[in-house]
Design a protein around this ligand. Sequence first.
Ligand code: ADP
Length: 328
Amino acid sequence: MAGKIKKIAVFTSGGDSPGMNAAIRSVVRTCAYLKVECLAIYRGYQGMIEGDFVPMDARSVNNIINKGGTILKSARCDEFRTKEGRQKAYDQLVAADVDAFVVIGGDGSFRGAQIFNEEFGFPVMGIPGTIDNDIFGTRFTLGFDTALNTVVEAIDKIRDTASSHNRLFFVEVMGRDVGHIALNAGVGAGAEEVLIPELDLGLERLLESLKRSKKSGKSSSIVVVAEGDKTGKNVFELKEYVESHLPIYDVRVSVLGHMQRGGSPSCFDRVLASRMGVKAVETLLEGKSNLMVGIIDNEIVLTPISEAIKGHTKIDHELIRVSDIMTT
Ligand code: ADP
């Protein structure tokens, strides 16, 4: 493939995350720098099937590095899961003279890219964009750092009202399968307990910890709960459970929801996106394909997409220990 790539398409797919625009900008500007044509695809695989393409040049991405969401829109596309749908997408790319694409998205989007590559031998590169930080082959995904800052800021505000009324708050954060947001934001915001999918602490321990906290004279308590925590109870059931076992507590619930995905990307995410976009384009031009760009030990690294979609990054057990010590 070396030397043959003259036009690269870029798109965002699946759940959006802050930093996607910075990554689009980086891919477009790197193409301009290396004198490769660049095409944007709107609405992910859906737009690919429909041929919703727009040529991009360095000026098309002015003033987007600081914007949340994705200017290219994102979509979920069931048609792309079918062979016929992918054939249509391939025909559209060929008709537009596209030689390779960069997909910015999560593991579902990468799975689609992998199948597409296997079927048509079409060169693909992945940039991990998801706030969950759940993709193997990178220590950080785009949007994770921004989401953490958003969550910590929200919990700080909740704590103000919690401590004014001596209340206990259960704060639900995103993370159905992984607890990276809950654990990191929990430590960052000084939570009493963090309930995550990777670890079943048990309800007994939660009650013990809350009793201890009350005894030690703390005026408010925050428990951060990942959506997929293993207690078997959602935040509202947890509230009822604690109120019935520990009537001394006045309990409130706050579900942070989609605000966690929004907002201007942090500097960390902007820099990461810029580095990843450069690497994605350069790697395609070197004739490589079917790889995901990641960051490990502050080095930009490449992982086969087939491996990236197989596993999740493991929860940091040292950070769980730190969290335990901090609640003393
Ligand atoms: P994310 O990329 O955030 O994990 P999804 O799991 O919704 O989001 O995937 C985004 C899109 O990727 C899907 O709507 C679909 O078009 C495509 N996709 C996901 N899994 C597959 C698959 N197994 N085969 C083909 N396309 C897929």
